[in-house]
Structure formats: C-alpha cells, structure tokens
Design a protein around this ligand. Structure first.
Ligand code: FE2
Length: 311
C-alpha cells in the first residue's frame, strides 16, 4: 500500500471524513480515523500539542481528499463568520501539503494541480483580507524552512504584484511559480542542498555553480509537462536573474513579474540565511542590490513592507 501525507490543518473538527486517516507510528501506518467518522475538537488539540501535524491517506483516496478539501476551503473562505485564523490555517495547510507532494514528485500532474489551487486560494485570502499577508508571512515554524520560504515569497509576490499593477493573469502565473520556484533544491545532491541555507555573500564560485544547478534541475523536470504553462516555467527558470546580468542565466532584461519574483526571493533569502529581521533585510537589500533591480521598485517594496506592518 502507498501512502501520501496531508496536513491536519486541512481537516476540520466535527466534519465527516470520507476516507481513512493513518498516522505513522513506530515505523508503521496505523488507521486513526475510519471512513465516515470525524475528529473531535479535543483530539485536534491533543494532536497539535503533540506537534503531530501530518496524517497519511492511501494513494487511492487522493481524489476523494482533493474533493473534500476543495469543498471545505470554499466554504471556509466564503464564511463571513469564520475567523481569519481559521481561513489562514486551512489555506496554508493546503499550500504546505501541495509543496511537500511536489518535492517528492515534482513532475506529477496531481502535485501541480494542488499547487495551482493553493496559489489561487492564497490570492483570494490575500485580496479579501487586509491582515492575511501579515498572518501568513513567516508564520509557521513547524514547516521546513524551504516550505515557509516558498509561502513567504508567494504571499509577498501576490500583494506586491497587485500594487505594481500586474495583470490578473500575470499574478496567477507568478503566484504558482513563487510557490514552486525552489522545487529543484531537493533534487540537488544532499551536500549541495545545504547551500539553500547559506548567505549568497559567502558563496564561493563553486557554491554559486552548485547551488544554481537547482534551477536547471527544476526546468529539466518541468519543461516537458504539457499541463504546466510556459510562463510559469519561464518565471521559475529566471527567479535568480537581475538587471546587472549576475544571475545564473546572465539575463539582463527581465519582465515585471520576473523582477518581482527575483527581488522578493532575494529579500526573503536574506532573512532566513542571515537571521536578520525583515526590517534589517530590506535596508540591507536596498544597499546590496542597488542596480540589480529597478530603484523605484525597491522603494515601492520597502513602502509596502512598512504599510503591511512587516518591516
Ligand atoms: Fe528561493
């Protein structure tokens, strides 16, 4: 039997679950909830306390889970009485589940579709709730750093692209690309994956080559997939380019969505690789990256971070 993980935050206490839920305990999968049963509030709290954030389902129940989740998310996001926290929890859970899947199987259509939906729901929650960005940015310390980074870049890119007057279509592709942009990192040999956590300033020329192989690795997997739009692939391919041609592809002419993705990736990278605050990171970026991005764009980004209460 094959199992696939899901975040507990994508379930709801008291709601019937149409498939079996398993936990992974002492090297084996144990059935925790039978189909048609639900989890009560107390169990939810207990699991949270024990820091158990994942259940597993059988691969064959994947479609039933996706249907269940779509319905639950639509209901929650449209519920005027639901708290922002409950909305953020479930959409974040969907994005985290999707990103974990995509790391495991980057080329699969199912993983891609879930990532696409997560990006769409993140746009919805960000546009409809003024406080959502701050609630999601840097929020989940239980996630792997790469997943939190992908979420950070995605929500910042959504909000910033809107304020930079990008089209709905551009924001759609940008938000998906932002979630997926680092899928190539887990394809690198293990010792090179560590470079994800290393500050770019400390990169040797060898580090540079080894780390940026993650972009080629991602493109190799994604480029022949008919269900992935070329614009998404182009954004992922160029997410480390800048106006001075210092990126791995030496591109100097960037589209606006490309420049936004690259700027925000560089910004969030500063925070988690050097442990500085979001406010310090934007100060540092406006000095270090001068000439790499449009000056007005850097200034606008700084203003946005301030207005959002992030920096
Ligand atoms: Fe990144």
């Amino acid at each position: 039997m094959n199992f696939t993980p899901l975040r507990i935050s994508t379930l709801k206490p008291g709601r019937d679950i149409p498939f079996s839920l398993y936990i992974f305990f002492k090297e084996q999968y144990l059935e925790y909830v039978k189909p048609g049963m639900s989890l009560d509030e107390d169990k939810f709290k207990k699991l949270k306390k024990q820091k158990i954030s994942k259940f597993f389902i059988l691969d064959q129940d994947e479609n039933a889970y996706q249907e269940f989740l779509d319905e639950l998310i639509n209901e929650t996001l449209d519920d005027k009485n639901a708290s922002l926290e409950s909305k953020v929890d479930i959409v974040e859970g969907q994005a985290e589940t999707a990103l974990e899947k995509i790391q495991e199987d980057p080329g699969s259509e199912k993983s891609f579709n879930m990532t696409r939906k997560a990006a769409q729901n993140l746009r919805k929650i960000i546009f409809e709730n003024p406080d959502a960005l701050k609630a999601i940015f840097g929020s989940d310390s239980e996630s792997e750093p790469i997943i939190q980074h992908s979420l950070n870049v995605c929500v910042l890119a959504i909000k910033f692209a809107k304020s930079q007057k990008c089209s709905e279509e551009d924001i759609d592709f940008l938000s998906t690309a932002a979630l997926m942009h680092d899928v190539g990192v887990v394809q690198l040999p293990e010792e090179h994956q560590e470079l994800f956590k290393k500050n770019k300033k400390e990169f040797s020329p060898q580090d540079h080559l080894a780390y940026y192989a993650h972009i080629k690795a991602a493109i190799k997997i994604l480029s022949d997939k008919p269900y992935i739009n070329n614009k998404i692939i182009e954004l992922i391919e160029n997410h480390a380019e800048n106006r001075s041609g210092g990126g791995p592809n030496k591109l100097k002419k960037l589209t606006k969505p490309m420049e936004i993705l690259s700027l925000i990736n560089a910004y969030d990278r500063k925070i988690y690789t050097s442990g500085i605050t979001p406010a310090e990171a934007i100060q540092e970026l406006s000095i270090d990256e001068l000439g790499n991005y449009d000056l007005k764009m850097i200034q606008d980004f700084q203003k946005l971070l301030k207005a959002e209460g992030i920096a």
